[in-house]
Design a protein around this ligand. Structure first.
Ligand code: NDP
Length: 484
């Protein structure tokens, strides 16, 4: 059979498990309600451009209503419940998330464009794990190490305004809502304009779990809705994940207001491969680092730093591996690379890739047929990249890898840290002592050793410098929602 290539038969996941409604309201005070101004926008499948549903656009009066509902629920119910009762609700939500995992995974892939393999095996299991983890914390807050015997048990902040991006819609919701509720806060959450559907399904899950009305409120809309939430005087805490640009605006507009703020922003992580690393394993890690979720990952390993002596071997293996990646229908179980989330994001990836070429880097993609409809970008590698190139400095947020080289560990550290960001990094080497030394030198919130893009609810995540401040996950993540 030499030379004969077997093709894969299509293996689509069924959409029948999802009950899409033609239009969705806002989730305020435990019910779905129409927006005051009656405005709406459409959400499309990025893989086919099919209109999936109409989503309500919350205006300032709707944000007002949602904050008032959250305040009422905070004062009358949630802050008065014994902590273990709060925990029971969170455990119940976690179990329902597991029961409805398939429905959530299919809906996430439909609305976001990510491969079902990822939403099914990564996103949704982590979402449930996050709720289980924080459910367990609800009645153990005094042991979280954020309070002292004299300060008494830690207290919640009140109403949290939470704004999340489109790359991990339900997972970012879990990172925000689970710790907030465990600590006794109530929330108003704004999902991203292009990916509201799983947040609205989560609202249904809150109803199913009999969560007291107003504890979770979901206001859909665009940037203006987010701004209204950030600027609302009735909000005690803002938690934001998204671009550094909007993060800076939020920092400015909340300065001096007494609101507690945590920001999880962009990144330009270095994935550093030494010449003693196991090459096949490292190549898998490089692929996972930048092509997982189409590279729409704040901690993506978007800058590959390879030791010069291993460069040829690593690049040859990497190109061979990229040739086996399958791009296409996100609902097909064999798909590795799905659709780009929006035409705006596709435009940005194209623009920065063109800049890469015009600045002198060499562009390479494997032979790869792109579907006619929808928003697509092939897996792409740039070699001959210098530290001054824009593709080595700016977050592309797409399936585009910039390759640089180094000779010594000190040079690797210097290049890795030469960025305004500091969210994550990866180190691939056989030597344990080198891993520890590198981890101590890298200015990044998370350093992965011989792996990449690993997440665990018990482990804190967050950045240095322009990647933001505050930590999400684990015991550290509780501090963001407690008055300490
Ligand atoms: P944004 O930062 O604009 O979006 C993040 C969230 O903030 C969305 O819910 C958005 O709403 C909302 N938002 C937008 N403007 C405001 C505002 N003034 N006040 C409050 N909330 C606001 O990211 P984009 O989607 O525009 O993506 C742009 C770039 O940002 C990407 O190309 C990527 O490089 C980077 N990015 C990084 C992320 C990360 O996790 N590091 C995540 C997302 C983007 P809406 O989407 O509805 O407009």
């Amino acid at each position: 059979m030499a030379g004969k290539k077997f093709d894969y038969a299509p293996a689509p996941e069924s959409r029948a498990v999802v009950d899409l409604q033609p239009a969705y309201g806002l989730f305020i005070g435990g019910e779905f309600v129409d927006p005051v101004d009656g405005r709406a926008f459409k959400t499309v499948s990025p893989a086919t451009e099919e209109v999936l549903a109409e989503i309500s656009e919350a205006g300032t009066r709707d944000v007002d209503r949602a904050v008032a509902a959250a305040r009422r629920a905070y004062e009358r119910v949630w802050s008065k419940l014994p902590a273990r009762e709060r925990g029971k609700y969170l455990f119940r939500i976690a179990r329902i998330l597991q029961e409805r995992a398939r429905e959530l995974a299919v809906l996430e892939s439909l609305d976001n464009g990510k491969p079902i393999r990822e939403s099914r095996d990564v996103d949704i299991p982590l979402v449930a794990a996050w709720f289980f983890h924080y459910a367990g914390w609800a009645d153990k807050l005094e042991y979280a190490g954020v309070s002292t015997a004299s300060s008494g048990p830690p207290k919640p902040l009140g109403v949290a305004g939470q704004i999340i991006p489109w790359n991990f819609p339900l997972l970012m919701l879990a990172w925000k809502i689970a710790p907030a509720l465990a600590c006794g806060n109530t929330v108003v959450l704004k999902p991203a304009e292009t990916t509201s559907l799983t947040a609205l399904l989560f609202a249904e899950i809150c109803q199913q779990a009999d969560l007291p009305p107003g504890v979770v409120n979901i206001v859909t809309g665009a940037g203006e809705t987010g701004r209204a939430l950030v600027e609302h005087p009735g909000v005690d805490k803002i938690a934001f994940t998204g671009s550094t640009e909007v993060g800076k605006m939020i920092a400015r507009s909340t300065a001096g207001t007494g609101k507690k703020v945590t920001l999880e922003l962009g990144g330009k992580a270095a994935n550093i491969v030494f010449d003693d690393a196991p090459v096949d394993q490292a190549v898998e890690g490089i692929v996972n680092g930048i092509f997982f979720n189409q590279g729409h990952v704040c901690c993506a390993g978007s800058r590959l730093l390879v030791q010069e002596s291993a460069y040829d071997e690593v690049l040859t293996s990497l190109k061979r591996r990229l040739g086996t990646l399958r791009l296409g229908d996100p609902l097909d179980k064999n798909t590795d690379i799905g659709a780009i989330n929006s035409p705006e994001q596709l435009g940005r990836i194209r623009e920065l890739s063109d800049v890469g070429e015009s600045e002198g880097a060499a562009r390479w993609s494997p032979p790869c047929e792109l579907p006619d409809k929808g928003f697509w970008f092939p897996p792409t590698i740039f070699t001959g990249v210098s530290q001054a190139h824009r593709i080595a400095r700016e977050e592309i947020f797409g399936p585009v890898l910039s390759v640089l080289t180094f000779r010594t560990p000190a040079e690797a550290v210097e290049k890795a840290n030469n960025t305004p960001y500091g969210l994550s990094a990866g180190v691939w080497t056989d030597k344990g002592s080198r891993i520890l030394w590198m981890a101590g030198q890298l200015r990044a919130g998370v350093v992965w050793a011989n792996t990449f893009n690993r997440f665990d609810p018990a482990s804190p995540f967050g950045g240095y410098k322009e990647s933001g401040f505050g930590r999400e996950g684990g015991r550290h993540g509780l501090e963001a929602y407690l008055d300490v």
